[in-house]
Write a protein that binds this ligand. Structure first.
Ligand code: ADP
Ligand code: MG
Length: 688
């Protein structure tokens, strides 16, 4: 192949080559390419085809039918042009293909007369029409002559996502020429041994084949090699990060019996799944290695209790804890439930959200700095620079898949040594977890607290409100309580609040013999707590709420959850809301009310009617929306994959993980540099 004298180029070096330096790329073309995100040689080489067309020469024309796609090669026997209308011309070229004659036609391509000469060889690809005289092909692409390396026809041809400024032909030609001149100089940094063990082609071979494959088999191999490499680099980087991070921990051992007193104060005993996770967390906290753990489990499985235990454990060891939620409402709810346990135990809890007045905030900050607050609950507000802890020991992040790695890391900077527990209710398939949370250890709670009942779920169109009320009346008369959640109005919280107020009035008129409570985001926290308390102790029977209610209230006697405008909620949210009922002895119901207009909205509702298992629902969600939305990949930080498609390539994850573990001690300097270059996020990762 290449002579030893030609210098090989690392990805970083390829990325230092401006495409304008390449032959035949001028300013205009550079501008068009920039729109595709292509500015360097590296960008270009890794701009992979969107799809491929099989334009290999069709072996037998006689087997073709009208409408088939075909590629034929022959000798030009005639060229003619006809004017069909004032602005429409037809070019027809006759080709002799063995014993058959084929007519190839174009429209409005007048220049072809000059290019296509009788006697020369031509390959055309396009749709076939059979007529009296034989075959006619409406040409979609062609290639003149009999090139040693065909680009546009007579092969499997790449099709790229490009803008209208560029043509497929021009882009394909550019890619081909670029590969021909540079691909052999691309440095292959994977260890030889690894390539042998996993049977991977070389990088230059893979790059060439992924653009211009010899066969579909070689395309598959090329793609696998590129994905393998990318995942291997990623996982190797994660392992290093993990090493570094884990070594900076502190051993935390309780010096009081606070953790036990907390457990004793619970009105229930923990499930064995919860207990097992407690053990895992205790072990992590006590170890001098840093905890970095993901706690995963369906809505209502009891993750929060476990997190609270970890916080009390940390406080008992003499450190502060932080509990971060993605929204104010959730932060407030965590604050309130934490308060209820903490107060009797003599633990002080502070709340830090964006809606504190400046004075309140100053005060909280002062206490936090002085160590007078043991546990701080909050939103992003915890991340602000002036938030300083006295000695932060544990950060709990209730992720609800809404935080990104970056935000998580910001909080960790508050203390390099703090242990970390991330909670998520999204049961992400293990394979995907590895990419988003690959640097975390995993704990899973698979079991629900005893006594949870399957909730019967129904859908009713909005017009049938009378039937909903009829049903509510029956349940209320039986002594049960009900939730009514008003439609989510993303554009305006004000409108949402207004709608909830109206609905509450309506329900008061409809059910004068019952108490109606109202909960919305514009209320002060004390007010909310009062309403929730009234619902909890049964003074209020109907609780109307905006979409904010989401989590937090646990009232076993509540047996109906009505969700209005159900089509406006996401699947995860609907599942969350439904999880509020089904906690007592009686049969519970979830009534979805709405007018779904789109197919997707109808699908969502169907999924909810059909499944009750959060895992199944998350899978369906994934199918309906794609992984980006579900995982929040747009912000998760590791979105730098160029080749990997996490669904297609999930099967490579275990293999690449294994490879990364096996080769962790043997990474060359070049390979380390490659990791740095491809995944700067990892490098900046935890420590910044
Ligand atoms: P998650 O955070 O996983 O959604 P929570 O921790 O909020 O779930 O728990 C849901 C409800 O179940 C809470 O009200 C909690 O008090 C209750 N709970 C938690 N663990 C148990 C248990 N082992 N037995 C009975 N109830 C429990
Ligand atoms: Mg929860």
């Amino acid at each position: 192949m290449s002579s030893g004298r030609v210098a090989v180029l690392s990805s970083r070096q390829l990325a230092a080559v401006d495409i304008r330096k390449l032959p035949r790329i001028g300013e205009t073309q550079a501008k068009h390419l920039k729109k595709l995100g292509i500015q360097t040689l590296f960008d270009l080489l890794y701009y992979l085809p969107r799809r491929y067309e099989d334009r290999r020469i069709t072996p037998s024309l006689s087997a073709l039918n009208s409408g088939d796609l075909a590629t034929v090669r022959g000798i030009i026997t005639g060229v003619e042009e006809h004017s069909l209308r004032s602005n429409l011309t037809l070019q027809r070229v006759f080709l002799e293909c063995g014993s058959l004659e084929v007519a190839a036609i174009w429209f409005n391509q007048g220049f072809l007369k000059k290019v296509l000469r009788p006697g020369s060889i031509l390959t055309v690809t396009g749709k076939v029409k059979k007529n009296l005289f034989g075959f006619e092909i409406t040409v979609s692409d062609y290639e003149v002559g009999n090139p040693r390396f065909p680009v546009h026809t007579a092969r499997i041809v790449p099709v790229y996502s490009i803008t209208e400024d560029l043509s497929q032909r021009a882009f394909r030609r550019l890619m081909f020429d670029c590969l021909r001149s540079f691909v052999r100089r691309v440095r292959d940094s994977l260890p030889l041994e690894l390539k042998e063990v996993y049977d991977l082609p070389s990088l230059p071979e893979a790059l060439f084949q992924v653009h211009f494959p010899r066969s579909f088999e070689s395309l598959e191999k090329a793609r696998e090699r590129l994905s393998f490499e990318e995942l291997f680099l990623f996982q190797s980087g994660l392992l290093m990060l993990q090493e570094e991070v884990r070594n900076e921990g502190v051993s935390r051992i309780p010096v009081t019996d606070l953790p036990h007193r907390f457990l004793d104060s619970l009105p229930f005993s923990l499930t064995s799944a919860q207990l097992q996770v407690l053990r895992e967390i205790e072990r992590d906290l006590a170890s001098p290695r840093k905890m970095y753990r993901l706690l995963q489990g369906d809505v209502g499985c009891g993750k929060t209790v476990v997190a609270l235990y970890a916080l009390f454990y940390t406080v008992a060891a003499g450190y502060q804890g932080a509990f971060m939620a993605p929204t104010e409402v959730l932060a407030e709810q965590h604050y309130l439930s934490l308060q209820r346990y903490a107060k009797p135990l003599g633990v002080s809890v502070g709340l830090l959200t964006g809606s504190l007045s400046r004075k309140e905030r100053e005060e909280q900050l002062k206490k936090l700095r002085a160590g007078e607050i043991d546990i701080a609950v909050g939103t992003h507000a915890l991340l602000q620079e002036d938030v300083v802890f006295h000695n932060l020991g544990l950060v709990v992040i209730d992720e609800q898949h809404r935080f990104g790695v970056r935000q998580r890391d910001l909080l960790l900077q508050k203390s390099a040594t703090a242990d970390v527990l991330v909670m998520t209710a999204t049961p992400i398939p293990r394979s995907l977890t590895l990419t988003v949370y690959g640097d975390l250890d995993l704990s899973v709670i698979k079991e629900m607290p005893p006594g949870r009942k399957e909730v019967k779920t129904y859908f009713l169109p909005s017009e049938q409100k009378a039937r909903v009320y009829q049903f509510l009346r029956k349940e209320l008369q039986a002594g049960r309580q009900v939730y009514v959640v008003c439609p989510l109005i993303e554009e305006s919280e004000k409108l949402e609040v207004e709608a909830a107020v109206r609905r509450a009035e309506e329900l008061k008129a409809e059910f004068p013999e019952y108490q109606v409570g109202l909960l919305h985001g514009k209320m002060r926290i004390e007010e909310k707590e009062r309403v929730m308390e009234a619902f909890r102790n049964g003074e209020v029977q109907i609780l109307v709420s905006t979409s904010v209610i989401e989590v937090g209230i646990d009232v076993p006697n509540a047996s109906v959850m009505v969700i209005e405008g159900a089509e406006r909620f996401g699947l995860a949210q609907l599942h969350q809301l439904r999880g509020r009922v089904g906690r007592g002895a009686s049969q519970s119901y979830c009534i979805l009310v709405g007018n779904p207009q789109t197919d997707e909205a109808r699908q969502r509702i169907k999924v909810l009617l059909k499944y009750s298992d959060g895992f199944k629902i998350a899978e369906e969600d994934l199918r309906l929306r794609g992984p980006g939305e579900l995982l929040g990949t747009r912000q998760h930080g590791f979105s730098d994959f160029r080749v990997v498609d996490i669904f297609r390539d999930a099967c490579l994850l275990p293999k690449t993980r294994e490879a990364a573990l096996k080769f962790r001690e043997k990474l060359s300097k070049e390979l380390l540099d490659e990791i740095d270059f491809r995944f700067p996020e990892l490098k900046n990762g935890i420590k910044c």
